[in-house]
Design a protein around this ligand. Structure first.
Ligand code: IMP
Ligand code: MG
Length: 181
């Protein structure tokens, strides 16, 4: 990562902007093929988990070639601490019933957040729920999760950049890196 940051913490580069773009193209193609039967009467719903997945979702959306709509849910964990507290808020006015839903997540760590999101969504009677995550940290898993699409597997370290923050910082970095502790 060659961008200087306001804080002096060291960042170890993990995936370049080019590598991310290439992987997203592949995922977008796979989604467009897998949901090819989707029609504009019943488009695929991309449900983006804020805030961390906003940049991933924006780039992924533009590689998808089937009818889709986008909505957002808020799931905040990590405050200024590097631990997961897993609080999920889903707006129940979202039109989920009968829809094929693809959750767009930035990173799956313990699995708690995505498990809670999936559980909440199931009560809203979707046709199906699938998970697309940019990053998977399998070594940190405590709650089993089945992902349909994964960008990259990452080590059990603290990742920042490309929308993903530590204490609301580093989201603006175009590449992904490890925040050294
Ligand atoms: P989980 O509930 O433990 O799976 O945590 C999932 C959420 O915590 C992710 O959606 C992220 O927002 C955040 N998170 C987990 N690991 C990291 C990390 O390495 N860097 C930044 N945020 C993380
Ligand atoms: Mg998240």
């Amino acid at each position: 990562m060659n961008k200087e940051h306001k804080e002096s913490s060291a960042i170890t580069p993990l995936f370049s902007a080019e590598a991310i773009e290439k992987r997203i193209q592949e995922i977008g193609k796979a989604i467009s093929l897998d949901f090819a039967s989707t029609t504009s009467e019943s488009p695929l719903l991309l449900l983006v988990v804020l805030k961390g997945a906003f940049i991933f979702a924006a780039d992924l959306l533009r590689t998808i070639t089937i009818p889709c709509t986008v909505d957002f849910i808020k799931a905040s964990s990590y405050g200024s601490e590097k631990i997961s507290s897993g609080k999920v808020t889903i707006n129940h006015n979202l039109a989920i019933e009968g829809r094929h839903v693809l959750i767009i997540e930035d990173i799956i760590d313990t699995g708690l957040t995505i498990q809670q999101v999936t559980h909440e969504l199931m009560t809203m009677k979707p046709a199906s729920v699938s998970i697309c995550t940019l990053l998977d940290k399998p070594e940190a898993r405590k709650h089993p999760v089945e992902m349909r699409y994964t960008g990259f597997i990452v080590p059990n370290a603290f990742i920042i950049g490309y929308g993903i923050d530590f204490n609301e910082q580093y989201r603006e970095l175009p590449a992904l890196g490890i925040l050294d502790s």
